[in-house]
Ligand binder design. Sequence first.
Ligand code: CP3
Length: 342
Amino acid sequence: MTKKLLRSLAGETQAVPPIWMMRQAGRYLPEYRATRAQAGDFLSLCYNPELAAEVTLQPIRRYGFDAAILFADILLLPQALGADLWFVTGEGPRLSTTTTSAELAKLNPVDAIHETLNPVYETVRILSRELPEETTLIGFAGAPWTVATYMIAGRGTKDQGPAHALKQADRATFEGILDLLTKSTIEYLSKQIEAGAEVVKLFDSWAGSLKGEDFTKYALEPAKKIIAALKVLHPDIPIIAFPREAGEGYVGFAKATGADCVALDNSVSAEWAAEHVQVDGCVQGNLASSHMVTGGQALVDEVLRIREAFSKGPHIFNLGHGITPDADPENVALMIETLRKG
Ligand code: CP3
C-alpha cells in the first residue's frame, strides 16, 4: 500500500488529504525547546544526527503527521561552500558575504560540500529506519535565489535589496553565485535521496520579489535545472517546488519546471489556486499560520474551506508558511482533527 502523501504526489484525489506542516519541528513545541537546549545552539542541533532525528520525530509522535521533514536549514549549504554562518538569538542568521568575483572564486568546489553535510545525510539514514512505515520522509534545500539573497546580504532582508542591487551592478558574479548554488543543490538533494529521502522540496521563500523576466530567469529556470537533473538520477522521487508569493507566477510553474507539486502560500486563495494551479496536478497548502496562534471556530472554518476548495484534485494540506514560535500546540491538534473528520 502506497503511503498517503505519495499517493497525492502521484496524482490521486483523496477525500481526506495527507497533512504535514512547515517548521513542524520547532520552538512552539516544549519537547523541541528541551532537545535544542540539550544540543546547545541551533547549528549544533542541525549537525547532531541523533538529536536532529529526535526533533524530526517529535511532531510525528505527538500528532501523527503523514510526513516528516528532515531537520536542517537551507543555510547549511552556503556554509558547506565555505561561508561563515552563525545565528544571533532573537534576530536570525548571519553569514560572511559573497558579493565579488574574488569572493565567489574563494568558495569551495561543488564536490567538497559533502564533508560538511555528511551529518545531515546521517540524520536522513536514522530517520528512514525510525519513522513509522506510513510516514513519508521529505528532504529539502533552499532554491538558489533564496539562498543567494542570504549569501549576498549576509543576513535576512525584508526586500532582498542587496541581492537585487548585485544583480544590477555585477550580473556575472550574481549569476555565478546562482550557478554554483544550482549545481551544489543538485548534489545535496541527490545525496539526501540516496540516504533515504522519499520526496524533496525546494524552498524559494523570496521568489515573490523577482518580477517578470527576473522571475523566469532566477526562480523558474534554476528550479527547472535542478528538477531535470534529479529526475535523471532519481526518476521516481517526487519534487515539491515552493516559489513563495509567486502570485500569477504559480500558474504553469509545475509544467514549466517539471515539479510534481507546487506549494502555495496564503497570499493566493484556495479557490483561485484550485482553478489555475491545481488543474496541472498536486498542490500543497495553504492555511495561514496565524490560525495556529488564534485557533477557535475561525480555524475550523478555514480548514474545511481549504479542504473543500481543493477537493476535486490531488492536494496535500499544509500551512502557507512555517508555524511560528507563539503558536499553541492545541491548535495544531484541532487542525488535524478537523481535517481528518470525514
Ligand atoms: O520545516 C521544518 O521543520 C524543517 C526544518 C527547517 C528549518 N528551516 C528549521 C529552522 C526548514 C525546512 C527551514 C527552511 C528555511 N530556513 C527557510 C525556508 C523556509 C522559510 O521559512 O521561508 C529559510 C529562509 C531559512 C533560514 C532561517 N533559518 C532563518 C531566517 C531562521 C531564523 C528565523 C527564526 O525563526 O528564528 C532560521 C532558523 C531556523 N530554522 C529555526 C528552525 C526550527 C529556528 C531556530 C531555533 O530553534 O532557534
